[in-house]
Design a protein around this ligand. Structure first.
Ligand SMILES: *Cc1c(COP(=O)(O)O)cnc(C)c1O
Length: 413
């Protein structure tokens, strides 16, 4: 445990009442192990929000340590002993001042999720999923990953004493593959994409009695990712920005934040106003953008998916309708950007001192498009999600060399 953090030790109630199918609304028991609903769609966690409103005040929250466990009343963990923590700190809001100035716009705000354990926001989802899996007696978990989710799963599974089996596409960033193995998981490289890894995981879980921790195929990763929305609202003084740009793969974070805003309104912490939600994808894998533009509620699989932004290379998402509903209800949009544009954005943000991951760069590139198309105003308050530390990705070598034995022209350095 992390010493002297009251969020991890204090007895605080959870107000979970039940689970509910995101598509049909059918009810499920919350205190048994659950996967997808009967119609194969994600289960959402429901709370006694009147109970939460009576138990949790803004003042009490302000006095608690700044991590995601401060929102316990709105989280599914019923007993502190089940928390499996690696220090899930609140992540900072960092303005891109030069980026803003170059566009004559209010500086966009980056929520820098790279500060979390294992260097990505996957920690938020996996800390919750693994803590719940532990609470419900799971011994082995399995999941497909494009890298960061597997790394977070491996770390929290190690912490919890749960066995982890991780399958990833064979071109997953090398650092992730090694990180997963270093943290004690069995990792397999598969000659296919993440949904194809997911199909093998599903079969292996059935055959071996393992628990399937795939994105949205169990109810609790959303609850962990939801804390991005809770934390953002609190950091902005219980207001919300005008627009949020979110790099969208499986969409857990976008769905989770949308759920968070709803719960915050229903406990009286915020009003009915909402940010416009922009789901950002890469041009080489943009199933949500295609469905959004076609007016569809479900997205078809994207064939031959490719992009350098591995975290958003997700050809098919089981929560497609939840992503598209949130984007539409919020008056936002789904936007695709090219790999060149997202890499250029990474380079530009580095000029503000912040090393984004490629997926984070995609949000800045999409912000530019939205600005150019008049979807976003120059004076609006915009939040971009940088979902992983840029340190986990390859960087171009721009170094020069010096010969210490030769003559060095110091004035030219
Ligand atoms: C997983 C991941 C995403 C996509 O997140 P979802 O909530 O699954 O859509 C974006 N960026 C990075 C760096 C990721 O690891």
């Amino acid at each position: 445990m992390i010493p002297s953090n009251a969020n991890l030790t204090a007895d605080r109630p959870s107000f979970v009442t039940h689970l509910e199918c995101g598509l049909t609304g059918e009810r499920y028991d919350a205190d048994t192990l659950q996967g997808l609903s009967r119609v194969g769609r994600p289960l959402l966690v429901r709370y006694d929000l009147e109970g939460v409103a009576a138990a949790m005040t803004k003042e009490a929250l302000a006095a608690r340590p700044a991590d995601l466990w401060k929102y316990r009343e709105l989280l599914p963990i019923r007993s502190s002993e089940h928390i499996v923590s690696l220090g899930e700190t609140a992540t900072p809001l960092v303005t891109l001042d030069r980026v803003g100035a170059a566009r004559g716009a209010r500086a966009p705000i980056v929520k820098d999720e790279g500060r979390l354990p294992t260097g990505s926001f996957k920690a938020r989802g996996l800390v919750m999923a693994i803590s719940m899996a532990k609470a419900l007696g799971v011994r082995t978990i399995a999941m497909p990953t494009n890298g960061n989710a597997g790394a977070a799963a491996a770390a929290y599974a190690a912490r919890a004493g749960i066995e982890a089996v991780i399958l990833c596409p064979d071109d997953t960033p090398e650092i992730n593959v090694r990180e997963i193995a270093a943290q004690g998981a069995r990792v397999y490289r598969v000659n296919g994409l993440i949904d194809e890894c997911g199909a093998i995981v599903g079969a292996a879980c059935k055959a071996n009695g393992w628990f399937d921790l795939s994105t949205l195929k169990e109810p609790y990763r959303i609850e962990g990712k939801k804390t991005m929305g809770l934390e953002l609202a609190e950091q902005l003084g219980w207001t919300l920005p005008d627009a949020i740009f979110y790099p969208t793969g499986g969409g857990t974070g976008l769905i989770g934040m949308w759920k968070a805003f709803d719960e915050l309104e229903r406990i009286g912490f915020i009003g009915p106003e909402r940010p416009r939600m922009y789901a950002v994808q890469a041009e080489g894998c943009a199933p949500m953008v295609r469905a959004f533009e076609a007016g569809e509620r479900h997205a078809e699989r994207w064939e031959d998916a490719h992009t350098v932004a591995a975290g958003i290379r997700v050809p098919k998402a089981v929560g497609d309708f939840l992503i598209l509903d949130a984007v539409r209800e919020s008056n936002g949009a789904a936007l695709a950007v090219s790999d060149d544009a997202l890499l250029a954005a990474v380079e530009e943000a580095a000029g503000d001192g912040l090393l984004l991951c490629p997926e984070g760069g995609a949000t800045l590139a999409a912000y530019d498009r939205a600005l150019a198309d008049g979807m976003v105003g120059r004076d609006e308050r915009v939040v971009l999600f940088n979902c992983a530390t840029g340190l986990k990705y390859p960087m171009p070598d721009k170094s020069r060399t010096l010969d210490r034995h030769g003559e060095i022209d110091l004035a030219s350095l």
